[in-house]
Design a binder for this molecule. Structure first.
Ligand code: GLN
Length: 447
């Protein structure tokens, strides 16, 4: 009730949600009260959690921020939803996002922009901007997002909350609407690192329904909290401190390095030499996979279909023309081009090869250090509309997060300071595959 009171007070300004689930949430909360009275308490009993509108939720509309799924009501729950339900969570609603998770500002949503709770003139980041804003504005206790090239860590940094992208394969993607299947990963937004560990405990694990989920042992992530990082080596990649980084962000990260040293760790410069290719590689690989994944939206199987058409082909064309927004169309065009015969070798194949080099950079660097420390974003939250006319500028806002997805490693962003104007700044830690525990350890020491 208190969360919905807060939603009533601020949602009109922030617009974090696409769909509110007030009735079912209050009903579930009542049941949680009863369970608590009966002493049946699980990890998330009664905890109000918001969901990016990209997970299939049985009986609740799932739009993915797109007109083409405007009236799509999934007949099943995503695995993460089932897991959260089993842990006792109460779902407050489905949060706003860039259309099909393509964007860095939540401005490509068909359902309007979400505003940054720290400054309503600014974007909350994206694509999981609604999930980040909902946590920052106290419109939920925690939320889930998805991260294909930074969509959890970047909005977490810009909204002053904790956001983690786990290792590719750590969390089942079953029931997550696919954007780029070799990069997508689900993760939590929370107010602090302990909550991040609790949520992670709930959502990770092997899922026989998802072929890329990995059957590796799952620790209790809370065991990594408050252990300190005495004697650790923290790598600072030289390539992340070059052009374009905002002076206030740079100063906050330099301060973060000092804090980490104050905790007894040794910071040393490392090199990730293929960093400069990461944005180019990502914008071949991600649109290529997206163009294939989005072929299923044809007006037949799901959601929106135009009212009038001459024949089947005409219906496809008109439905997709009206159903998808400009950014999604741009990605489909880039992706189909990069995959088409005659161009495949020059673009998709080449990008996949360079992706291998980017992964190798991390593998080699992580042999000499426990974790890597970087800024999460090159700038604090920018103004609404500032980058909408310039896709290249928008793409560059993920310059520090994208290579993580290409390498499949985990990353966490947490608050590390504020600009003079009061905007939050985030620091990012990266670790080797399946080393989420290390990320929580360093983050909880830092926090
Ligand atoms: N901003 C990046 C893109 O537009 C990443 C988005 C994401 O992680 N879903 O593709």
């Amino acid at each position: 009730q208190s969360v919905f009171g807060r939603i009533d007070a601020v949602e009109e300004k922030v617009h974090a949600y696409i769909t509110l689930m007030r009735e079912s949430a209050l009903e579930e909360a009542k049941m949680a009260d009863e369970r608590i009275r009966a002493g049946q308490i699980k990890a998330l009993t009664g905890i109000p959690i918001a969901l990016k509108d990209i997970y299939c939720t049985q009986g609740v509309r799932t739009t993915c921020g797109s007109r083409i799924l405007e009236n799509y009501v999934p007949p099943y729950d995503a695995t993460v939803i089932t897991k959260l339900r089993e842990a006792g969570a109460v779902f407050t609603g489905k949060t706003n996002m860039d259309e099909f998770a393509m964007g860095s500002s939540t401005e490509t949503s068909y359902y309007g922009v979400t505003r940054n709770p720290w400054d309503l003139e600014r974007i909350p980041g994206g694509s999981s901007g609604g999930s980040a804003a909902a946590v920052a504005a106290d419109e939920c206790i925690a939320s889930l997002g998805s991260d294909t090239g930074g969509s959890i860590r970047q909005p977490a940094a810009l909204c002053g909350v904790v956001g983690m992208k786990p290792t590719y394969g750590r969390v089942s993607r079953f029931g997550l609407v696919a954007f780029a299947s070799s990069l997508d990963q689900i993760g939590p937004f929370t107010k602090d690192v302990e909550d991040c560990a609790i949520l992670l405990n709930t959502i990770v694990g092997y899922d026989p329904r998802e072929s890329t989920s990995v059957p590796v042992e799952v620790p209790d992530y809370r065991d990594f909290l408050n252990r300190g990082i005495e004697g650790w080596t923290v790598g600072i990649p030289r390539e992340y401190f070059v052009e374009g980084i905002d002076p206030e962000v740079r100063a906050a990260i330099e301060q973060a390095i000092k804090t980490v040293e104050g905790l007894g760790a040794k910071c040393r410069e490392i090199s990730l030499p293929h960093t400069e290719y990461s944005v180019a590689v990502y914008y071949i690989v991600a649109p290529a996979e997206a163009s294939s994944n989005l072929a299923r939206y044809d007006g037949v199987k799901y959601g929106f279909r135009v009212a009038e058409s001459r024949d089947l082909l005409d219906m496809y064309k008109k439905t997709r023309s009206a159903g998808f927004g400009a950014e999604v169309k741009r990605r489909i065009m880039i992706g189909t081009y990069a995959l088409s015969s005659g161009y495949y070798d020059a673009y998709f194949k080449k990008a996949s090869q360079v992706r291998g080099l980017i992964k190798r950079d991390f593998d080699e660097a992580l042999q000499g250090c426990d974790v890597i420390l970087t800024p999460t974003t090159p700038t604090p939250a920018f103004k609404i509309g500032e980058k909408t006319d310039d896709p290249m500028q928008m793409y560059l806002s993920d310059i520090f997060t994208i290579s993580t997805n290409l390498a499949g490693i985990p990353g966490i962003s947490l608050p590390c300071g504020y600009t003079q104007g009061g905007l939050p700044i985030g620091v990012q830690f990266l670790a080797g595959h399946f080393e989420e525990g290390k990320l929580l350890q360093v983050a909880s020491a830092y926090e």
